[in-house]
Design a binder for this molecule. Sequence first.
Ligand SMILES: [Zn+2]
Length: 59
Amino acid sequence: MRPPVPEVTGQPLTTAGQPQILVTGCPGCGCTHRHLAFGERRAPCGCKYIVTTPREDQP
Ligand SMILES: [Zn+2]
């Protein structure tokens, strides 16, 4: 059985280049990481998590 993958909320970040997703409070190291897309990602620190959108699936 695989251990559960933690979910974190990503904040869309508008840049001059392609859009990035900012993850604050990494469950592994507590730092901020940047990603290029939502979904399951592996952070530079080695922690694996699922990046979710800030507003969806919420009533
Ligand atoms: Zn981290």
